[in-house]
Write a protein that binds this ligand. Structure first.
Ligand code: KG4
Ligand code: ZN
Length: 337
């Protein structure tokens, strides 16, 4: 089954053609993040205007890359939310039009389910991978899921304030590093000592699996106010210590969930922050008897349409034709798939 998938939930315009939920025949991602890095963040109205221009050329680029035409496409999938409403509407309008004109079924996909599906792309995993735990960490959310199948899961914990990616992005702004903050803090941290400064461990005395990052951001603000870095080395030490604090909090909560759900043999880490090398290394070191699974390419960590195509296939496999019901597009929506 070949699915043409569209993802436009933030500043990216992405189109993929995915076969049977796993094989990427084409992936085209036109990102405007270079433009926004100079502005310190995404300006929603500008992002949507850019996406209107990029949408159809990106569809054509994906079809060309796969040497396909609309006759060989079995269904259209699109991110229905959550995200920036103007951006989402560019993608969903394009998807609805393609489905209508070419008489294809249309599958609306929750953005988070896309991320949760991303570890199954171009990667061999055992048939009986479920139940498993997924830590989903991006610029918009931070969640821990106990999953019984691709489309059936329980939300164990979530952030009470900022998302992990937001902690990187806001921290980078305080450190005068460019947006997006994750890659720029990771780069600055390479030359630093992560034990140079100690940040508090959030929710230390809380028994659950929630997250909180606003305290770390405030601690960074006070550290920079009280001890402004005198040279590049001190700056790198602060970046490294801050990254360490974010990763430590993410993995402390994940390890707690692993202990409570020891029946899970795999821990998946998805979303933009899963691109972080320190997070990957440390996850395996902290949970040596679990298989740590991250997306098979960095392209599948950050927002991309391939994960939407994968999720749409799994929805269709596990829920059949109900998946083709119409959907609403919305900036915020709970994930009940
Ligand atoms: O999943 P994503 O592309 O978009 C959302 O759905 O939000 O995630 C973007 C987030 C940004 O906050 C960015 O700073 C973060 O992922 N990120 C990273 C890294 N690469 C991207 N965070 C830490 N380390 C990285 N290497
Ligand atoms: Zn995302």
């Amino acid at each position: 089954m070949q699915i043409l998938a569209i993802e436009t939930s933030c500043d990216e315009t992405s189109v993929a053609i995915v076969e049977d939920g796993q094989h990427v025949r084409a992936l085209s991602i036109a990102s405007a993040s270079n433009e926004f890095s100079k502005k310190g963040g995404v300006i929603p109205e500008d992002a949507a205007r850019k996406q209107v221009e990029l949408m159809l050329p990106t569809v054509h680029a994906a079809l060309k890359q796969a040497s396909a035409d609309m006759n060989s496409i079995d269904a259209i999938a699109v991110t229905k939310g959550p995200g920036l409403l103007g951006s989402l509407l560019v993608g969903t309008t394009c998807a609805r039009t393609l489905a209508l004109v070419h008489h294809k079924p249309l599958i609306g996909v929750h953005h988070t389910l896309g991320h949760l599906s991303s570890t199954f792309i171009e990667q061999e995993l055992p048939e009986d991978s479920f139940p498993l735990l997924t830590l989903s960490v991006s610029g918009g959310h931070t969640e821990l899921w106990l999953r019984r199948s691709h489309t059936d899961g329980t939300l164990l914990g979530r952030t009470r304030d900022d998302a992990a990616g937001e902690a990187f992005d806001k921290g980078a702004a305080l450190l005068d590093l460019p947006y997006p903050g994750g890659p720029s803090i990771a780069k600055a941290a390479e030359l630093g000592n992560e034990e140079a400064y100690e940040f508090p461990l959030p929710l230390r005395d809380d028994a659950g699996f929630d997250f909180s990052f606003s305290g770390l951001k405030t601690a960074l603000r006070y550290l920079l106010r009280d001890h402004p870095p005198q040279d590049d080395r001190e700056h790198a030490n602060i970046a490294a210590s801050y990254q360490y604090a974010i990763v430590r909090h993410l993995l402390t909560q994940t390890q707690r969930a692993v202990e409570a759900h020891n029946e899970c043999a795999q821990v998946h880490i998805v979303g933009g922050v899963s691109a972080n090398t320190r997070l990957r290394e440390w996850a395996q070191a902290m949970m040596p008897d679990k298989r740590i699974v991250v997306p098979s390419s960095f392209d599948y960590c950050t927002d991309n349409a391939a994960m939407i195509g994968a999720a749409a296939y799994f929805i269709q496999q596990e829920q059949g034709t109900n998946a083709y019901d119409d959907f609403e597009t919305a900036a915020s929506m709970p994930m009940n798939v």
